[in-house]
Design a protein around this ligand. Structure first.
Ligand code: ADP
Ligand code: CA
Ligand code: CA
Ligand code: CA
Ligand code: CA
Ligand code: CA
Length: 422
């Protein structure tokens, strides 16, 4: 009997089950390189996991590559896949060294740097807002000529950390310094302009936000689902809700697909699954915000895709990283309804005591998953700082209107309680 294929999964947080379950459905065994802050017991027991392979990707990437080469020499595995945004460049490097399917290191670097993404989109004739890269906090005035409002953000950030809307030139310096300070704390910027560090200032794109989940295999892109995130006006950008399929006119959806497919080509993203965020300026004209070359939301975007389109996003991503063709290339799945994700807002922040209402929500028939990514006692800081979601609720519905109604119900019902002293 042929052995089950093995995939090294790097940095997939084991509190989020979707990629693990997808690998099981694909009949693939996982060698998990756990995140440093993961719970080792939970990681070992995650679905599909047959082995843990600790790798110090952050601290010593050369040693981590050497450990993979050594593991491969002992017994080869069939693929490697990134489980979070930060490890995408490392996984591309490891795939090259081991001769496995993956992104080029150039493409991996591009999708980790919002400045490179902007430059390549512009060069490809795709939609971009006016933008200026600021290499040092003292150079904030370089961006003063943009059309306000603008958005200030780290070039290599995540989860809206340090992303600030600025309405007038008079507020620009303060915002750039605030963002830079958050980068110092969370992204390791040292007040100079070390390589890769920097802040991007770009014109504010006024319109609702959407996200597109795609599969890409040998350069061929399929946009599997478009989700609606709604109006996020700032000054800080905490995501709270997504619904799929987005109810948009066919011509707008076609324009979204053109921008998303074009962005994959412009960035050189040829293998895997991607999470692309866009704004619909004036409700109709799609403009990319950014692309992540990994599954969205740590895997929960799988749920929205699976329910709305029938495509088993997580399993297909695993197949692609084993060098196989996705099954939806040859058989057309069908969606079963509408899906929603609700990210419980951090609110004021502090040391989390409990989330009221979660137990009741778990019992609702439309609820498929309730995930706690941070336990009691964890310190959550309010935006534009960032430290985690108190909880995520995933559901399915017969219509978009029912999904909206349920979101409003969750917003009324769920409440985060913080310790009095924090
Ligand atoms: P991150 O990597 O932190 O997620 P993004 O570029 O996606 O960075 O920005 C986070 C959020 O900030 C976006 O989802 C969007 O709501 C808002 N945002 C960022 N840039 C712009 C822009 N140019 N116009 C309008 N909103 C923006
Ligand atoms: Ca197991
Ligand atoms: Ca990002
Ligand atoms: Ca984003
Ligand atoms: Ca996001
Ligand atoms: Ca419907």
């Amino acid at each position: 009997m042929r052995q089950r294929p093995k995939l090294v999964l790097v940095g997939q947080f084991s509190a989020l089950p979707w990629v693990f379950e997808g690998a099981e459905r694909a009949g693939v065994d996982l060698i998990l390189a756990p995140r440093g802050d993961d719970d080792p017991e939970r990681a070992r027991k995650a679905p599909g996991v047959v082995e843990l392979l600790p790798l110090d990707v952050d601290g010593d990437p050369d040693a981590a590559v050497a450990a993979l080469v050594e593991r491969f020499a002992r017994q080869p595995f069939d693929g490697i896949m990134a489980g979070n945004e930060k490890v995408v460049p490392f996984v591309a490097r490891a795939a090259r060294v081991l001769g496995l399917t993956g992104l080029t290191e150039e493409a991996a670097a591009v999708v980790r740097d919002k400045r490179s993404m902007r430059r390549l989109l512009a060069a490809a004739g795709l939609a971009v807002p006016g933008f200026v890269a600021v290499g040092h906090p003292d150079d904030w005035a370089d961006a003063a000529g943009l059309r306000f409002p603008v958005v200030v953000k780290p070039a290599d950030g995540y989860s809206s950390l340090g992303v600030i809307r600025v309405d007038s030139a008079g507020e620009l310096e303060q915002a750039v310094r605030t963002t830079w300070a958050l980068c110092d704390t969370h992204l390791g910027y040292d007040d100079g302009a070390a390589d890769g560090t920097g802040v991007l200032v770009e014109e504010y794109l006024d319109g609702p936000e959407i996200s597109a989940e795609s599969l890409v295999h040998r350069g061929r892109v399929r946009v599997c689902a478009v989700s609606y995130k709604g109006e996020l006006n700032g000054p800080y950008f905490e995501e709270t809700t997504l619904r799929a399929p987005a109810r948009l006119p066919a011509d707008v959806l076609a324009a979204v697909e053109r921008e998303v497919v074009g962005a994959h080509h412009a960035f050189g993203v040829t293998e895997g699954t991607t999470h692309t965020e866009l704004r619909l300026v004036s409700g109709t004209r799609p403009v990319l915000l950014e692309m992540g070359a990994r599954i969205g939301g740590g895997g929960f975007m799988h749920h929205l895709v699976h329910v709305s389109s029938g495509i088993d996003l997580a399993a297909e991503a695993v197949r692609i990283h084993l060098g196989r063709e996705p099954e939806c290339w040859s058989t057309e799945p069908v969606g079963t309804g509408h899906a929603a994700a609700y990210l419980v807002p951090v609110g004021g922040g502090g040391r989390i005591a409990r989330v009221h209402g979660l137990d009741e929500v778990r019992e609702e028939p439309c609820v498929d998953h309730v995930v706690r990514t941070v336990g009691p006692g964890a310190l959550l800081r309010p935006y534009p700082d960032w430290s985690g979601y108190p909880a995520i609720v995933l559901s399915h519905h017969a219509s978009d209107a029912a999904a909206v109604e349920f979101r409003d119900h969750l917003a009324r019902t769920l409440r985060v309680e913080y310790d009095g002293r924090s």
